[in-house]
Design a protein around this ligand. Structure first.
Ligand code: SAM
Length: 282
């Protein structure tokens, strides 16, 4: 008997992966948490039946959420990760020896516990001495913290359920308030392809560009996300991700990456015309 995981990506589109085993199923106060084993994508984590991370393509997402900002500002010392329960974003950050402090604010401890057990590929660096885990709502954390960060990475779920508040003007303004003078915010910007995702992309970009002097969007290919065409927002107080980047400095760090590279760093900000028009017309 064949077992398939199927994600309802839109009302008219489903995405299925043939599964060898359903390794874990659980429920926290926030969401359903499941882990599957598959031939094609290895082990993968879903939250409320939505794809979060797979062993096979996680490197793409975690390279692109981390290295664009880290190459733009070589002096980043204090980083805040909102969400990021699988640990992949923190893993990439710990590769920078000049980072002194990584605070990860994940609302659901079950996601971290399950990732530690089933996804060591992403959760392997959560015990790095520079990492502090806070199991609380990122919305409240950025409103209340007295800390100042050089980089905030919003590695959240979609704007539904606990993730909804991470796409609000109040949240982005609070992020701006706790960023240093050269501060950078990288946020989940969803996707331009299906209407429900492009709607969120446009809304997030409009809110952020009203707060940050520099606000851009960059793209990458994510096979297991709806349409495979995924975006991050890049917002900053001063630094332009293309004009101010110093690739000689980044290359000198000797950080080997499987997806990110300096050519792609520049190219990923070149968006298809229909996407650029969506963003400009917001
Ligand atoms: N890479 C995945 C993606 O793009 O959908 C997301 C990675 S991670 C699994 C997303 C995390 O955000 C989840 O663990 C979820 O619990 C967390 N999260 C959602 N809303 C949150 C909130 N308000 N505060 C903190 N963490 C939140």
């Amino acid at each position: 008997m064949e077992l398939w995981y199927t994600e309802q990506q839109t009302d008219e589109v489903r995405f299925s992966i043939k599964v060898k085993q359903h390794l874990y199923t659980g429920k926290s106060e926030f969401q359903d948490v499941d882990v599957f084993e598959s031939e094609e994508f290895g082990k993968f984590l879903t939250l409320d039946a939505l794809m979060m991370v797979t062993e096979k393509d996680e490197f793409i997402y975690h390279d692109m959420i981390t290295h664009v900002a880290m190459a733009t500002n070589p002096n980043i010392k204090k980083v805040l990760v909102i969400g990021g329960g699988d640990g992949g974003t923190v893993r990439e950050l710990t590769r920078y020896s000049h980072i002194e402090k990584i605070d990860m604010v994940e609302i659901d401890k079950l996601v971290v516990d399950v990732s530690r057990e089933y996804l060591p590929i992403t959760a392997s660096k959560l015990d790095d001495p520079r990492v502090s885990l806070y199991f609380e709502d990122g919305i409240r954390f950025v409103a209340d913290t007295k800390e100042i960060y050089d980089l905030i990475l919003v590695d959240s779920t979609d704007p539904i359920g606990p993730g909804e508040g991470l796409f609000t003007t109040e949240f982005y303004q609070n992020c701006f308030n706790i960023l240093s003078d050269n501060g950078i915010l990288v946020n989940q910007s969803e996707s331009p392809y299906y209407d429900q995702f492009s709607h969120e992309m446009k809304r997030a970009h409009k809110k952020i560009k009203n707060i940050f002097p520099i606000s851009k969007v960059y793209q990458f290919h994510m096979p297991t996300y709806p349409s495979g065409h995924w975006l991050f927002g890049f917002a900053s107080k001063k630094l332009d991700p293309i004009k101010d980047v110093d690739f000689d400095k980044w290359n000198a760090l000797g950080i080997k990456t499987k997806y990110y590279n300096p050519q792609l760093h520049v190219g990923c900000f070149a968006l298809p015309s229909y996407v650029q028009e969506m963003l400009d017309n917001e």
